[in-house]
Design a protein around this ligand. Sequence first.
Ligand code: HEM
Length: 487
Amino acid sequence: MSKRVLTTESGAPVADNQNSASAGVGGPLLIQDQQLLEKLARFNRERIPERVVHARGSGAYGHFEVTDDVTGFTHADFLSEIGKRTEVFLRFSTVADSLGGADAVRDPRGFALKFYTEEGNYDLVGNNTPVFFIKDPIKFPDFIHSQKRDPFTGKQEPDNVWDFWAHSPEATHQVTWLMGDRGIPASYRHMDGFGSHTYQWTNAKGEAFFVKYHFKTNQGIRTLTADQAAELAGKDPNSHQTDLLQAIERGVYPSWTLYVQLMPAAETANYRFNPFDLTKVWPHGDYPLRRVGRLVLDRNPDNVFAEVEQAAFSPNNFVPGIGPSPDKMLQGRLFAYADAHRYRLGVNHTLLPVNSPKAVEGGARNYGRDGFMALNAQGRDAKNYEPNSYDGPAETGRPLSAPLAVSGHTGNHEAPLHTKDDDFVQAGELYRLMSQDERSRLIANIAGGLSQVSRNDVVEKNLAHFHAADPEYGRRVEAAVRALRED
Ligand code: HEM
């Protein structure tokens, strides 16, 4: 079989790809060896900055199919008809560790979904947890610093992890979740996904609803104990990647059923919990789950770097009928992601195939131009300013979603507390929902970490949070920590 000719990047044939050109047989190398120079220079540039969080991830394509009518709540076109299918790309991830970490670790998992809709890409960038550690984005960089590798020791430090939580009582709910059985999913297929934040849906009449998304795994929930995970992480650091890749290659396509909780806008002011507080759930008894559709993953990416590493999701990518809520964390994220992409991937990241709005007829149409890696030749006489007197694209005058109500004065305010809001009530409820066995594993997991903390005051502050959540919970964690510290 005759092979095609190897070429340089400019397309010239390569004569020798095994021996560098030298001055004489044993002499120094020649700068005229284009193949050598190009290979070494390109190799030096093979890595881009990893994501500052959620660095390790796996992705797959698939589709979302509507199974139930939700047109009374949103006029989003991709949700407009039972049976309507939309292509999606989903990237799963761990959060805290760097690219070289392991999959089987105790950590939230990212669940970042891109719907390629005909009205633009809709990104729902969630986690496998319904809540989060903090409720104000100004705390996010400090939170992440405390959970990632310490700049001096170069490793994750229990002192930092628990010191941050000692100062963040609002984290108690999510800490309880993370230290429980679901804190280490067996694989990406065996966990649920959540939008986590409250978002806004608007229907065709302009009526606003607030919505929480729940993707329930159809594979069933499977988790690993701390010991099982430690063993697996050592044997196969890429265990989640292996599982997802192989399942899809075998034709065993993972799927999730999407449910939503919906709250009419008029009910937000008097709900017992602040509905825009990311550290809280809406109990299903208050707002039941309502089925919307089915998400299926059925195609592996051809190239992990091009499609998974370079995937860019932004919570600010909405489509008509869907918008933000006043959740402060969400508001912070509306800025942070596209800013991260401009740094990590460059201003033209939306031109990459995985990120481009491929279902929009004719692609994106706007007056943004140029910059590094510009590919979007816009036609010879297309104007690059707007408004113009020519036939360039024009605004619709129709906002994507309903306006949000505001009142009061500017200031650095804490999130408003509703009648049942405190930092501990839902952590206690979660603890009491657990079986006795689950509680025992939770206590052991917390004590295993907290007992390694060097300062007593940090331990005591954390113990106070568990006591406040539930007296039994507090007593048991305290006894387990003391027993380990006295060893
Ligand atoms: C104010 C709070 C937050 C900030 C400032 C923030 C910021 C970031 C940044 C800068 C990235 C890296 C993006 C990239 O380089 O591609 C990221 C990734 C991610 N974040 Fe957040 N984040 C916040 C909270 C959250 C929350 C609450 C969730 C889940 C509910 C979440 C889920 C994710 C996911 C899933 C990814 C990975 C996306 C991907 O697969 O590419 N983040 N975040």
